[in-house]
Design a protein around this ligand. Structure first.
Ligand SMILES: [Zn+2]
Length: 327
């Protein structure tokens, strides 16, 4: 079963999380494999999307925010787009668009950053957006400070957290065909009232806090992908931090665990068809019986025939076409 564990280092300004996705991840892969248009992901794409999925859940769990977190890579290689969307209840869906051949041992830059033009975007889309409110979006390149391509997705996000959120973060991510997992270690944001007013002693205090974070981050970075994929969470935490005092929260498993869920619906798809315009839809229907739309995230097929399409473009179309035909 999928699970999320949160913990604090007692008395230190450092927090951590481990996510381990099993059923949530394999459902995403099975649905993709069952899609006859695309087939299963090539292994390097699968592993990247798995790392993104684990990371997106860690990031969503790490913020107090009521809305969807969307993690995207806009690639300039064979992977054009990879998307993960996580809701506040940790339901997650993910998909990637692959065009062209992918080598079995393709690196991150061979997948999404061939010409150093790839981008990673993190979007926070509030659940109750007021009129005209735009979602918050941060965008980072897939290269480092010297414009060198980054070969670990975790490094891309570490850069993002430092640049956009001013948060020191250490991430270890890994995925295969059965598991997608991640470890996050983060220095708690300081800068509260105490720090502002305490003058020089606050600086000294800050140095001490840094040392604690650095020691723990170094321990975290020794975790190997293989260990993250195969060991249970208790074993991982004991191996890394047996000399530290951890305060662990009740793990999120079972009903509160991260899980796969798609938010597509016939109504959303009919809105999308309406946005194509009546001419485009009529032209499709002149060549075939139905307008057929498949959901990239879950593989669900939606069919709209000429009668359904006419309903969509009726000026007062309120009802969901197709659902009101049989009474
Ligand atoms: Zn769907």
């Amino acid at each position: 079963m999928s699970e999320l564990h949160k913990f604090l280092f007692d008395g230190l300004p450092v927090r951590g999380m481990v996510v381990r996705l099993t059923d949530a991840w394999t459902q995403i892969l099975q649905r993709r494999a069952a899609n006859s248009d695309t087939g299963a992901y090539p292994c390097p794409v699968r592993d990247l999307l798995g790392e993104m999925t684990a990371a997106a859940i860690l990031m969503q769990s790490n913020i107090k925010f009521n809305g969807a977190l969307v993690l995207q890579i806009f690639g300039d290689g064979p992977v054009k787009l990879a998307v993960v969307e996580v809701q506040p209840d940790l339901s997650v869906r993910a998909t990637a668009t692959v065009a062209g051949a992918v080598a079995d041992d393709a690196s991150l830059s061979a997948l999404v950053n061939v010409s150093n033009q790839g981008r990673c975007a993190i979007t926070l889309d509030p659940q109750d957006r007021f009129a005209g409110q735009q979602p918050y979006q941060g965008v980072v390149p897939l290269f480092g400070d010297q414009r060198e391509p980054l070969e670990k997705f975790s490094e891309v996000l570490e850069h993002y957290m430092l640049q956009s959120e001013q948060l020191d973060t250490t991430l270890v991510l890994a995925a295969n065909g059965e598991v997608a997992a991640g470890l996050l270690i983060q220095r708690l944001p300081s800068g509260g009232v105490n720090n502002l007013s305490a003058g020089r002693s606050a600086n000294e205090d800050e140095i001490g806090r840094n040392e604690d974070y650095k020691r723990i981050a170094l321990l975290a970075s020794t975790l190997k992908k293989e260990e993250l994929l195969t060991l249970d969470v208790d074993t991982i935490l004991h191996r890394l931090f047996w000399e530290e005092k951890l305060l662990r929260f009740e793990p999120q498993t079972g009903a509160t665990a991260p899980r796969f869920a798609c938010r597509c619906s016939r109504e959303r798809v009919s809105h999308m068809i309406r946005s194509l315009g009546v001419e485009e839809v009529e032209s499709i229907l002149s060549e075939r019986e139905d307008v057929e739309v498949g959901c990239d995230f879950c593989g669900q097929q939606y069919r709209f025939d000429a009668v359904d399409a006419a309903q969509i473009f009726k000026p007062d179309a309120g009802a969901v076409p197709g659902s009101s035909l049989i009474h």
